[in-house]
Unconditional design. Structure first.
Lengths: 331, 321
């Protein structure tokens, strides 16, 4: 395998509110190799965005990273000072957000906002910065970039603005790009354009990408590996093909069968009973246990560890490993 | 073929834009611009399109929630825009709507019993203990427990709220149920529950759905026939199995190829250029021509009509004549 770029080790991010601690991210391990694209999938409230913000050290009060390590290029980001983090954010690690409209400042031009990122992280003359901005806007497919740099965010359409956000994120040649649901707010035809762009970005800039999303389709388009989160925990981690062919965790299996698909005929969809769990003082044991059809006694008592179930494939479920091995593969 | 439930002919809805010192109409948003179709009794008719293509406006005009600019809707042999308010109110009993946002469509100060019982009061369908019995019945039908009815909306999850919205829509025993993106604000694992519920209810009660969505996968799962809308017009209309297997309109083709499929990397993708033009000033000729890869000179001049190219399969494209 190639070198590890980011290694998240036993990360715990809790939000402390009056009712108790919300365990948004609870003992999560994650690795991203150099040049690798990892998809982090889960439903709303499963902790995937908190995960991204933790890596960027952008967790705000009442949230707090209470444990774990985040190793990036051999250094632990959690032991960095705020000043050092500032140099890394937008430089070596940059992020694309879900809603491009609200992530840009409406009173500055798009060009000046991208220039700001370049000025902060690179030593460049004023005219060089301007050239760079135009160049990068052109690279992400903005037509007549030398004109459009002077436009304000409201003069861009949603898809164009997302392109501009990607340009901003790439402006300092990041090693790691975190994209948090980059296409969720866009129409399907625009989504296809942005996905195409992300693919070329991957080739051209050679950055590792952490793609966060809830749509398995979008994830399939870009990722090499997939990590599935549920209720603040990582439940499964494998290669893209493995996840779709032989998902092991009951949640992953059920989730994949519950989505209507364009390429498969189904009369009835599989149902996962109940709804997503509350993360305030969660019940002991596996988080998925109350909704799981294979739940056993141990599942409601102990937390299943993430164990190796195949080559580069791990799952957190008591159905596998030393206890016993019922075979409940998908037909 | 089976019986027709309603027929829409050449329906138009323009929203005026006013401006100037003395406000007058300066332009109009052509939200729905000449749409004709029929919906058969008991079928599920899907309307798909990207945001702003006019699908929600079309549904609202069909229910006469907003007046049309031109055109007609014949519902069960009667022209609904010519009915008096009183007659319309009676007819509304047969039409119901399930909305996209289950959080916004329930009054937070009303208990579930009040919300579900309101249509019963308005139409004078049931009173006293009979009404309560009916409410319990409706709530159970959508998979909630009878003790739930004295609770308030904030005590429920998104999926449960959508169930309540469906129970309320069922109160008047509707013949037509308009579902406007009923699952798009729900979590993925909860979506399947609601989609299956909608299918079961249709089997049990036999009503007709007008199912609106931007998600081609759920439309394929739910519908018998589908119309693809682009900028206020139908680009293509036909049986789901035909349209999905062999899309005829270049827009449908691109739309289908744009949908990411789980577990597969699509290499055959058609990437459309640019974005949807504004419906204030739609491009002349075929509305899709500025983004169409097959565009020919005549597409810029003449607006193609929706013509039947195969039995029951209509397309509005000059190249498919």
């Amino acid at each position: 395998m190639n070198e590890t770029l980011l290694n998240v080790n036993d990360l715990k991010t809790y939000f402390f509110i009056a009712e108790g601690a919300v365990k948004a991210v609870d003992s999560v391990h994650l690795k991203i190799g150099v040049g690798e694209v990892l998809g982090l999938v889960g439903e709303s409230g499963c902790g995937k965005s908190t995960m991204a913000l933790s890596i960027m050290r952008l967790i705000r009060h009442p949230g707090k990273i209470v444990g774990g390590e985040i190793w990036f290029e051999g250094e632990n980001l959690l032991s960095k000072s705020e000043g050092e983090m500032r140099k890394i954010r937008g430089g070596k690690i940059s992020m694309i957000f879900q809603n491009p409209m609200s992530s840009m400042n409406p009173v500055f031009t798009v060009g000046s906002q991208i220039a700001e990122a370049i000025k902060l992280h690179q030593d460049a003359q004023k005219h060089e910065v301007r050239e760079k901005v135009v160049e990068i806007l052109g690279k992400v497919g903005i037509p007549s970039p030398s004109e459009r740099v002077k436009d304000y965010p409201h003069e861009y359409s949603g898809g164009m603005l997302q392109r501009a956000m990607i340009a901003m994120a790439l402006s300092c040649n990041p090693k790691l790009l975190i994209a948090d649901e980059p296409t969720t707010n866009l129409d399907v035809t625009i989504q296809a354009q942005i996905l195409e762009l992300m693919r070329t970005v991957r080739k051209e800039f050679d950055a590792s990408i952490l793609l966060i999303g809830h749509d398995f389709g979008v994830i399939s388009e870009l990722c090499d590996k997939v990590a599935v989160m549920y209720g603040g925990k990582l439940v499964e981690h494998a290669d893209l093909a493995t996840i779709f062919k032989e998902a092991k965790h009951p949640y992953t299996q059920a989730l994949l069968e519950s989505i209507p698909r364009l390429d498969v005929e189904t009369e009835r969809l599989r149902i996962i009973p109940g709804s997503v769990p509350q993360l305030i003082n969660p019940h002991p044991g596996c988080r998925f246990c109350p909704r799981c059809e294979y739940a056993k006694e141990i599942c409601s008592k102990e937390d299943p560890p993430l164990i190796e179930v195949g080559q580069g494939h791990s799952a957190a479920c008591f159905l596998y490993g030393s206890i016993d091995k019922p075979n409940h593969q998908r037909k | 073929m089976s019986e027709t439930l309603f027929e829409v002919t050449n329906l138009r809805k323009y929203f005026p834009i006013t401006g100037g010192v003395f406000p007058r109409q300066v332009a109009a948003v052509h939200a729905v611009d000449g749409v004709s179709f029929t919906v058969e009794l008991g079928e599920t008719f899907g309307l798909v399109g990207e945001s702003g293509c006019g699908k929600t406006t079309l549904a609202r005009v069909v229910l006469r929630l907003i007046p049309p600019t031109a055109g007609a809707v014949r519902y069960g042999g009667r022209e609904i825009f010519k009915l008096s308010e009183r007659e319309m109110r009676k007819l509304r009993l047969e039409m119901a709507m399930v909305f996209q946002d289950p959080y916004g469509s329930l009054n937070p100060r009303m208990t579930i019993a009040d919300s579900v019982g309101e249509p019963l009061d308005i139409h004078g369908l049931a009173k006293g203990p009979e009404k309560e019995k009916r409410i319990m019945e409706l709530v159970e039908k959508v998979g909630l427990a009878p003790f739930h009815i004295y609770r308030y909306p904030h005590e429920f999850s998104g999926g449960q709220k959508q169930r309540i919205g469906i129970a309320r829509a069922l109160a008047g025993n509707p013949k037509l149920l308009v579902a406007d993106e009923p699952v798009s604000s729900l979590d993925v694992s909860v979506r399947a529950q609601i989609l299956n519920l909608l299918k079961d209810l249709q089997e049990e009660l036999g009503f007709t759905y007008l199912y609106i969505s931007h998600d081609l996968s759920t439309v394929k799962h739910m519908c018998n026939r589908v119309a693809v809308m682009y900028l206020g017009k139908f680009a293509e209309l036909g049986a789901v199995k035909d349209v999905y297997k062999r899309p005829l309109h270049p827009y449908t083709e691109a739309l289908m190829s744009a949908i990411p499929i789980p577990g597969r990397r699509r290499e055959d993708r058609i990437i459309l250029k640019g974005t949807v033009p504004t419906p204030i000033d739609p491009p002349p000729g075929c509305r899709f021509n500025p983004r169409c890869q097959y565009s020919e000179p005549m597409c810029k001049k003449e607006d193609p009509e929706l013509i039947e190219v195969k039995k029951g399969h209509f397309v509005a494209c000059h190249l498919k004549k």
